[in-house]
Write a protein that binds this ligand. Structure first.
Ligand SMILES: Nc1ncnc2c1ncn2[C@@H]1O[C@H](COP(=O)(O)OP(=O)(O)OP(=O)(O)O)[C@@H](O)[C@H]1O
Ligand SMILES: [Mg+2]
Length: 823
């Protein structure tokens, strides 16, 4: 029975010196003989129950025998054993995980837990956060409840634990499977993974579990999902404050201490951290364990690409194709790339280079479009690649809308519940500690900047579902074992791709963000982002799938650097939209950066002070920044145009721009393009300078605090520039130099002025006074001629009327008119 106890204050609780014994005081547990042989407990795939429900007690006894270190469970403990808990930890670590020692942050997290403290662990992707919450179960024999956002993640972790001899189960949010759930609540598993929706439903049974077997810890993994300011907000995570309320010593009188909360993430900005602490009602004494987010073995780079067509694919993936398909392409072309078990849903044949999901019943397809009208012209639809006529549909590009996966859904697989019984297997851990240590040294990293990568798979992240199919199809046609992964594909397919990926049967997974969090495969060698990510949090989280064995890995972002990225569609409040724009803007700036070490930019984004000068491996560190340029003249002229328009300097000496019609036009909010047209009009020298270049300069000026956004909204790139006070000061200092590194878009506009111009040649011509005069002259002649009898087709007349419209209404039209009047 659960009883309410008299209230005990937190300070009273904290006054008592805690000891490890407090954690080991088990209830309802019979003593066991140390000589008893360890049972061999079979490991099961999800949804296979090996123990009938009534065997729960017996099962629990066996689990405890198998998993926990006897001296920790059975008293009485000798004093030296208690003091030397580190030794015990190391023993558990070696026995179950095969690691020689704990990392510093892991030890700190465990110390916080031993002190009954809540703790927030912020550590890099792949640093080993999971062990922080897994070990308490092994040390105490109590249960650890882990709240996790995805079935796939929970499944993978249970599977790993089973191999490490730890029993675990996962409870998704689908139809409850009473047997697994009941056994879990009866204490049959050492670790229970549960999605937030389900844990909210299970509060009472969990309270009972806390009284019987005991709950050592609530771990909230991927805790950035709590925050509205994060990149992966889940409303159900926010309701997890219920854990603090319901598992505190003041609510449950059998508890001496609150059940500690351990929250963990690899991607939380300072704002997100504060939100987490508040939203989960974590205690004021919460220990914050902050380790470096820096991953010394990841080689970051950004490349320009249109990322939109097979011609871009050919160019951008040629290296990848060489790496994986080099031999196969020129060797035995007819070989079967993947030989699967007969029931596999995946098949890949090089005959047509197609990796297709075959014979998927319509019921399996969710959120996909039935019509074939949504054909993608860019995708090769040669006959052999088309789905065979069948009542059952074949999955192919034609059936997918150009939809996006905005977040990873909890039920990303076709299983909702699973149980895994621990059986120790000796596993080779891929972690090359020596290599990691080497890569932590600057000179070794510098050497690695040119090194080629070891063998291992690649993940390509794309924004839309359609691209997952078109790119994986393209790669398969080139002989690469590639698979698509997006939330609209059948869940059985997704599970199979996971399996094949982990078993090294797939070389490249082309995925939306649905294949993000929790992918813990040690030897992923490349993470390619093909298109702008929506935030640096998401980018770093996904990039973190690479090089988890500590060896060198590439993280390449291909993006169209000439385009301002847009937000992917999603339901957002106004506040969330602003935040989403802010995050996208940070991401855009990361791509535009040409002068700062990429790794430095990334870790500083998460509030870390980068303690070394550079990573020495990223594209910026290797190539070095471009030449610095003194852009004082260009900045002045742009800012003068802005200042003149906004009447800041109306009577001042900057009357190069005599805007008599400022008042008239002040109702229109002038954007950057407008000011650039002013500059072009006034200064012959800049008549042909591309808008891209000015866009870069405006961004730099905004970053320096000289310009600000004029419409008080958040844009990815400054849109309606206005001068700040600082900008006015800057403008008034004529002697000053303004040395800056041109950014990516500026460099591109210089390197390829034509192809990256967002003004047409026609438009550019209007900006050049000489060309404009010539054109107007020709137009007058044309008009004179056309006074006579004429026979005209409809099209030119239409064009003319559009032009007239343009002339009378738009800014450039007015400029033209003004100039022609002057003339
Ligand atoms: N003390 C240790 N010594 C060596 N390897 C370790 C240690 N702790 C964990 N690892 C290894 O680190 C890898 C990553 O662990 P884990 O999945 O817990 O990372 P994570 O920090 O949770 O990453 P993510 O943020 O991506 O979820 C695991 O495969 C594990 O084998
Ligand atoms: Mg993790």
């Amino acid at each position: 029975m659960l009883q309410r106890s008299g209230k005990r204050t937190q300070s009273q609780v904290l006054m008592r010196q805690s000891s490890i014994l407090d954690h080991f005081s088990l209830t309802n547990r019979g003593k066991r003989s140390k000589t008893e042989a360890e049972p061999v407990v079979p490991f099961s795939e999800p949804e296979v129950s090996h123990y009938p429900v009534e065997d729960t007690q017996e099962h629990q006894r066996r689990v405890l025998q198998n998993e926990s270190d006897s001296y920790l469970i059975d008293g009485p403990q000798e004093p030296d054993t208690l003091l030397d808990w580190e030794k015990k930890l190391n023993r558990v670590l070696k026995k179950h995980f095969g690691y020689p020692f704990l990392k510093k942050f892991q030890k700190e997290a465990l110390e916080a837990w031993l002190n009954h403290q809540d703790c927030l662990v912020l550590a890099a992707t792949g640093s080993g956060k999971s062990i922080c919450f897994q070990i308490p179960a092994l040390l105490t024999g109590k249960v650890v409840v882990v709240i996790s956002p995805l079935i796939s993640l929970m499944h993978d972790q249970c599977l790993k634990l089973a191999k490490h001899g730890v029993s675990a189960c996962f409870l998704g949010s689908g139809q409850p499977d009473s047997s697994v759930e009941k056994k879990a609540m009866g204490g049959a598993y050492s670790i229970i993974y549960v999605c937030p929706e389900t844990v909210l439903r299970l509060i009472q049974p969990l309270q009972k579990l806390a009284e019987t077997r005991g709950i050592a810890l609530f771990a909230i993994d991927e805790v950035h999902c709590v925050s509205k300011w994060g990149h992966d907000f889940r409303p159900d995570y926010r309701r997890l404050s219920i854990l603090r309320e319901n598992f505190s010593s003041s609510t449950l009188n059998f508890l001496k201490y609150n059940v500690p909360l351990m929250a963990l993430t690899a991607t939380a900005t300072v704002q997100v951290r504060e939100d987490i602490l508040k939203s989960l009602c974590m205690s004021k004494e919460t220990k914050i364990i902050l380790t470096s987010f820096f991953r010394p073995n990841l080689r970051f780079s950004v490349k320009h690409s249109r990322t939109s067509s097979p011609s871009s694919y050919r160019k951008d993936f040629s290296n990848l194709i060489d790496v994986y398909a080099g031999n196969r392409r020129f060797g035995n072309k007819k070989q079967t790339i993947i030989s699967h078990k007969p029931d596999s849903v995946l098949d890949c044949s090089t005959d047509c280079g197609l990796y297709e999901v075959d014979k998927i019943s319509p019921n399996d397809l969710e959120d996909t479009d039935d019509s074939d009208s949504d054909k993608d012209d860019e995708v090769d639809s040669s006959e052999e690649c088309l789905p065979s006529p069948s009542k059952e549909r074949t999955m192919s590009v034609e059936y997918l809308e150009n939809e996006v996966d905005v977040f990873q859904s909890v039920d990303d697989w076709d299983v909702a519940y699973g149980e895994f019984c621990g059986q120790l297997v000796c596993e080779d851990t891929d972690v090359d500690t020596e290599k990691i240590n080497l890569l932590d040294k600057a000179d070794e990293r510098q050497k690695s900047s040119q090194e080629s990568l070891d063998q291992g798979p690649t993940i390509i992240y794309v924004p839309t579902r359609k691209e997952t199919l078109s790119i994986s199809k393209f790669l398969c046609q080139c002989g690469v074992k590639a698979a698509a992964y997006n939330a609209s594909l059948p869940k059985s397919h997704l599970r199979m791709v996971h399996k094949d990926f982990h078993e090294n049967n797939v070389e490249v997974v082309v995925a939306t963000i649905a294949f993000g969090m929790g992918i813990d495969k040690s030897n992923v060698r490349r993470i390619i982002h093909y298109g702008w990510p929506q935030s640096l949090e998401a980018y770093y989280q996904e990039a973190g799938r690479a090089g988890r064995d500590g060896k060198l890995a590439d993280c390449i972002l291909y993006a169209n650097l000439t385009r301002i990225p847009s937000l992917l569609p999603s339901r957002r409040s106004e506040e969330q939209t602003n935040q989403a724009y802010r995050m996208l803007s940070d991401c855009f700036r990361y791509g535009m950066n040409t002068s700062n070490c990429r790794a430095q930019k990334l870790v500083e984004y998460f509030g870390e002070t980068f303690d070394r000068e550079k990573c020495l491996m990223c594209d910026v560190c290797v190539k070095g920044p471009p030449n610095m340029q003194n852009l004082k003249e260009e900045s002045d002229i742009l800012m003068q145009a802005i200042a003149a328009h906004h009447r800041y300097l109306e009577e001042a000496s900057y009357d190069n721009f005599s805007y008599s019609d400022v008042k008239h036009r002040s109702r229109e909010k002038p954007n950057l393009r407008f000011f650039v047209s002013k500059v072009r009009e006034q200064t012959l020298k800049f008549a042909a300078t591309d808008i891209l270049w000015w866009r870069g300069l405006a961004r730099i000026l905004e970053y320096k605090g000289y310009l600000k956004e004029g419409d008080h909204k958040i844009h990815v790139q400054i849109k309606f520039p206005e001068l700040t006070k600082l900008g006015l000061e800057f403008l008034s200092r004529s002697d000053q130099t303004f040395n800056v590194y041109p950014e990516s878009d500026m460099l591109l506009s210089i390197a390829k002025p034509k192809s990256f111009s967002s003004f047409s040649e026609w438009g550019k011509g209007w900006a050049d006074p000489a060309i404009r005069r010539e054109r107007l002259k020709r137009r007058r002649q044309f008009v004179d001629k056309s006074q006579g009898p004429r026979s005209r087709s409809r099209k030119p007349r239409k064009r003319k009327s559009r032009k007239q419209n343009f002339d009378s209404k738009t800014v450039r039209g007015r400029l033209t008119a003004k100039l022609s009047i002057k003339k």
